[in-house]
Structure formats: C-alpha cells, structure tokens
Write a protein that binds this ligand. Structure first.
Ligand code: ACO
Ligand code: LMR
Length: 612
C-alpha cells in the first residue's frame, strides 16, 4: 500500500466487540464491491472466544473470535486495522494494545465520550508509533469499492445510491458522520463519485485531523477534487490555510464550516459534538469560512450552495482536461436476508407447524384470541383457562367449575400412591424439582390415575350401544380386560371414596343430564357383587362426568366429543392436577433434607435361580 492509503481492496481488519450488525454491514459492502475476500478476519470479544457466523454474499462464513487483541493480532499478522466498537468505558485499552501491535496501522474508534485524558494518550502513542487513529466519536469512513468501516455510508440502499461500491475521484473529509453520508449523496449526484470519505469525529481532540486526511488526498493521484466539511470550534481550518499557503495542498479544495447559525445566539452554543463550540470569534463558523475564502479555498456562500459549487468545480476539472471521470460499474447483487424478503413479499415458505390455541406474536400473548390481561380482567379461573387452551372456547360455568373441582380433589392422595412415591424417591436421589416431577408423572397410566381416558371410551361405547351393564361386565371379563375406572386398592363399598361422592353430587346437581354416570353406577352395582372394592373409582367417576358435561353443555358437537374422547383429555386433567401434589411432595422432601432412599431388603422377596 502507498503511504497515502489507509485501506485498499485487500485490507484485513480486526473488529473489537462482537456486534453482528455492523460486522454484517461491512461484509455486505465487501460483497457488493466484489472484493475477493471479506475484510474482517477476526473479532475480539473478551469471554466469547470461538466463532461468529456471518454471510459473505449468500455463503455463510465463520469468523474466529478471540478474547484479547494480542491473540487476534498473533493469529492475523496481515490484519492492519482495528475497528473498535467498544463502549466509551472499554475503548481505551484495546485501542492502546492495537497501537502498540506492529502489524496494526489504523485504529478506528467509534465510541463517544471517551475521557479526553485517554484520547490524548492514544493520540500521543499513535504519533510516536506513526499510526493513524480515526475517531473517537465517528462512524469511520469508506474507500469506495474497497473498504468500509462499520456503518459508514449508511444502509445498503444508500451505498448503492451514492455509488460507494466503486471508486470515483473525490476525496471527502468531514467531522460529522451524518454529514459525510449526506455529502456522499450530493457528490454522487454532481461528480463521478467518492474515492475516499473519512469522518474524523466531533471530539475536541480527534485522533486524526481534517488536514491529516487532506494531505493524504493531495498525495493520492486518484483524487482530483477535495472536499472538507468542518464545524465551528477549534482551529483546524487555520492549519489548512497554512498548508495551502505553503503549497502542501494544491488540488482544488472545497470547504464549508457548519455552524453559521451560532451567531444568532447571544451566548456560547454547544452543538451536538463535544468540539463544536466556538468560544473565540476566530473559532466561529463565519470567521473560519471567511478566512478559508481569503486563502483561496473554494467556500460557497451557504451550505445550500455547496452542491452547485461541487458540480461547477468538477465540470471545470473536466473542461480543463485535468481529469477524466471514472466509468460506472455495476455492484454485485446482494442476496436478500430471508426475513427482509418475507417482509417484502418476495419469497414464501410453507410453515413447519401450526397452532390454533395461543399466540405470542402481537404486543401481548393471547389464550385463543383473548389477551392475557383480558383473561385476568374477566376474573377467569383455571377452569376457564383450560376451556380456552384445551377446548378452545369459553366453557359454560358448570363445566369449568367441574374441571376445577377435579383438579382440587385429585391434586394429591398422600405419599404412598405410585406417583408421589416415585417423585419422592427421585427427589431423595438428588434429582431437581422438574426431573422428580417427571418421575412422578411417568407413573400415571392404566392402573394409576391414567384410567380416565379408557374409562371414557369403554363406558361411552357400551352406554351409546345400550349394552346392559351386567352384560358389559361379563363381556369385559370374557375379554380379560379390567374395566377402567372400576376398583380401588383401599377404597371400597364400606370405605367409600369421598372424592367420588363429591363428584357425583356435583354432576347430579349441575349437569342437565347424567346418562353416563347412571350407566357407570349400574356397572358398579354389578362389580360390587364380585368384590366390595370394585367401586366406581375417582378416575371412572371423572370419566363419566366428563362425558355428561360434554353432552349436556350444548357447546360441543357429537364429532367434537368423539374427538375429545379419542385424543384423551381425561388423563391430561389428572396429570395437571396431580402435578400440584407431586411438586408438594418433592419440595417437602427437599425441605426435610431427606436422605437417599434405599428400599429395605427384608421387604423384597429374592427369588433367584432356576425356574424363575
Ligand atoms: N374390573 C373388573 N374386575 C376387576 C377390576 C376391574 N377394574 N379390578 C379388579 N377386578 C377383579 C379382578 O379380576 C379380580 O377378580 P377375580 O377375584 O375374579 O380374579 C378381583 O376383582 C380382585 O382383583 P385385584 O387385582 O386383586 O384387585 P386390586 O384391588 O388389586 O385392584 C386396581 C385394584 C389395580 C385399581 C384394579 O381394580 C384396577 O386395575 N382397576 C382398573 C384401573 C383403574 O381404574 N385404575 C384407577 C384407580 S384410581 C386412581 O389411581 C386415582
Ligand atoms: C390416588 O388418587 O392417587 C389414589 O386413588 C390411588 C391410590 O392408590 O390410592
């Protein structure tokens, strides 16, 4: 690279702070410029070492991520630029480390509000090491068609509009990044475009000055017209005037100092940038524009005239045969990001799954179409929420109350039952709450708690087909199937299950018709003839009352009821309810700091050996 060049089409950069968007913007610029290789070769982010995935055109690439600047520099000796996207709190040390690394030639510092003491130390170090700092408080810069720092040039539409994907003949330096982007457009309209544009940042102590970059542009044979956009405050312009007088700046130079409006304020005005305030008369925009004009620098009479001034000067250079405008080229077409393409309606893709019960897409999540805040405002209980999420409708209140009652009465049945036992053993083996809960839930099945669905199916089939209850019991016996919902280990005719009593009472009182309950009670009469523990158990009672609730509510079609029975909503209800008790047992064991459970060997019949 020539001494006047900071970047070219082969420049490799390290990027400090893993910020996916500016990294991608740089790689997108590289791609539209038809660079052979991406400009960013490494990212530095303490504590996140590994890889960062990004796109180069349509191809996904991985960029190594390092913990420290030193490590990145060692791995990438060809990298000559550090783009520092750290915050003002963290910018100093990596910048310093990079300035001390022999292979790094340019450090661009994006953060605003870095303490002046730190900036001055960095500037002194850069001068000593003969390195360039761009910034702080800058968007960076662009060498058209070759290299871009971070967000310089704005969105891709602007890059294309301002023709920054291919070199022109104009060198621009500006304090403000926003103004630089604005000027890129003006220059694209009035000339053959930008060769290089740098925003030095608006701090009182910029790492490099307007003059530093103008001197590089002067030495660059590809630049024929120079433009500098300054601000009130500071004395940079007087250095430029001096350089002009000393013939160090000979190319046509158009300048404008922003901030002429400051004179209408009777006090000292601080504009957006830290350095943009004029204490002394000669630091004001008016005075500086006047002095520049007097030194033979081209200064329009207002900012509004800048565009026509640039056009005139550019045409003049052509007329005088001092340059030939560069030819236009086409940028490489950048593939659209999938999300953007969808937004623009350019692509479509079949979705992978469908949901009909809830959404998290809008401002607030909904159960069905009802926002959760409405669910709360309407005072919905858990029965109504089950209505919305399981049955997809507002259930009649006798139905939702029935569901709540099922949950309340089957929430727990002491520590000895299968589910609680398993959950307790798991908790005592040191498993966490969720794992212990799963262990308990896994016991719910045809013999314990999970007989509801099959009870629904068998009772419904037999009742709908008008099979006499006694015959139903006989048929099941012949088939060798225990009737789901009948029988209990401890409860019996003489020791009735209170839960079943409560459920029956509720159903008889609140449901318009209870044919399935009546059928099951007839079946119970038959099974009790055989053994006194063959009662209609809690699973069986929930099953038949669920059928009665569905039928008598008038809210479901026959087809829907068949579907509910087929899918199996009943065991789900038991699993939901019993989770409450299982969690209780798990928390209890943890609170008690119960030791590992080992079943006593004297409680096990060891039947080993032949024949068994
Ligand atoms: N239907 C028809 N006959 C039955 C049933 C039944 N559900 N359960 C037991 N019997 C019969 C047996 O065939 C046996 O008859 P036999 O003497 O002629 O051989 C007799 O009753 C005793 O059988 P056991 O197996 O000793 O009964 P036990 O008390 O052990 O069974 C159990 C209780 C496991 C609940 C059993 O009745 C059963 O499996 N029921 C169906 C599943 C069920 O509903 N589970 C949910 C229970 S409630 C809950 O877990 C929350
Ligand atoms: C329960 O609800 O867990 C009980 O009915 C089961 C049992 O075995 O007692």
């Amino acid at each position: 690279m020539k001494p006047y060049q900071l970047f070219d089409q082969d420049t490799q950069a390290l990027f400090y702070n893993l910020k996916a968007t500016p990294i991608q913007r740089m790689l997108d610029f590289d791609y539209v410029c038809r660079r052979k290789k991406p400009s960013i070769v490494g990212v530095i982010h303490p504590g996140r070492s590994g890889f960062h995935k990004a796109f180069f055109g349509a191809v996904e690439i991985v960029i190594p991520v390092y913990d420290r600047v030193g490590e990145a520099v060692r791995h990438h000796p060809q990298a000559s630029v550090l783009i520092n996207f750290a915050s003002f709190r963290s910018s100093f040390l990596p910048s310093k480390e990079a300035l001390l690394a022999p292979s790094i030639k340019v450090v661009a510092i994006v953060a605003e509000d870095i303490p002046q003491r730190q900036t001055r130390e960095l500037i002194a170090l850069a001068q000593q090491q003969k390195k360039t700092i761009i910034g702080p408080a800058t968007v960076g810069g662009i060498v058209a068609g070759k290299f871009r720092i971070g967000y310089a040039g704005g969105m891709m539409e602007n890059i294309i509009k301002a023709k920054l994907y291919r070199p022109g003949s104009v060198g621009l330096v500006s304090k403000s990044g926003g103004m630089m982007n604005e000027l890129f457009n003006i220059i694209a309209r009035t000339t053959d475009g930008i060769s290089e544009g740098i925003a030095i940042g608006g701090d009182t102590f910029p790492g490099s000055t307007l003059l530093d970059h103008l001197l590089r542009y002067e030495a660059n044979p590809n630049i024929h017209l120079m433009i500098a956009l300054s601000e009130l405050g500071g004395r940079d312009e007087y250095d430029i005037i001096k350089a002009r007088k000393e013939k160090k700046l000979t190319k046509p130079l158009i300048m404008w100092v922003v901030g002429t409006s400051a004179k209408i304020f009777p006090w000292e005005v601080q504009f957006g940038h830290a350095g943009a305030k004029a204490g002394k008369e000669e630091e004001g925009a008016e005075a500086k524009n006047k002095a520049l004009r007097a030194a033979g620098i081209i200064v329009p009479s207002s900012f509004a005239e800048l565009e026509s001034t640039i056009q005139e000067q550019f045409q003049k250079l052509i007329r005088e045969g001092k340059m030939k405008p560069k030819q236009d080229t086409q940028p490489a077409a950048l593939p659209l990001d999938y999300k953007d393409a969808v937004k623009k309606g350019l692509v479509r893709q079949a979705t992978s799954f469908t949901t009909t019960i809830s959404s998290d897409v809008g401002e607030e999540a909904t159960y069905g179409t009802m926002p959760i805040s409405d669910v709360v405002a309407k005072g919905y209980g858990i029965g109504e929420v089950i209505g919305l999420l399981w049955f997809k409708r507002k259930l009649p209140s006798n139905f939702s109350k029935f569901l709540e009652m099922c949950i309340v009465i089957t929430a727990d049945h002491g520590p000895a039952v299968s589910g609680a036992h398993n959950a307790i053993v798991a908790a005592r083996a040191g498993k966490d709450v969720v794992s212990s809960l799963c262990s308990g839930l896994l016991t719910i099945g045809p013999r314990f708690g999970g007989a509801i669905d099959d009870a629904c199916r068998y009772f419904k089939q037999a009742c709908d087909a008008h099979v006499p209850p006694v015959q139903f019991v006989e048929d099941m016996k012949k088939k060798g199937i225990l009737i789901p919902g009948i029988g209990h280990r401890v409860k019996s005719k003489r020791n009735p299950d209170k839960r079943v009593e409560l459920l029956k009472k509720y159903g008889l009182k609140h449901f318009a018709k209870t044919p399935y309950l009546h059928y099951a009670l007839e079946v119970e009469k038959a099974t009790l003839q055989k053994a006194e523990n063959l009662i209609l158990n809690v699973d069986g009672c929930i099953a038949v009352l669920l059928l009665d609730a569905l039928m008598s509510s008038g809210a479901f079609s026959i087809k829907e009821i068949d579907e509910i029975v087929q899918i199996g909503y009943g065991n789900a209800l038991f699993a939901l309810a019993r989770s409450i008790g299982l969690i209780g047992h798990i928390l209890d064991q943890k609170r008690l700091k119960s030791e590992l459970y080992r079943h006593p060997t004297e409680d096990i019949l060891y039947l080993l050996g032949e024949g068994n």
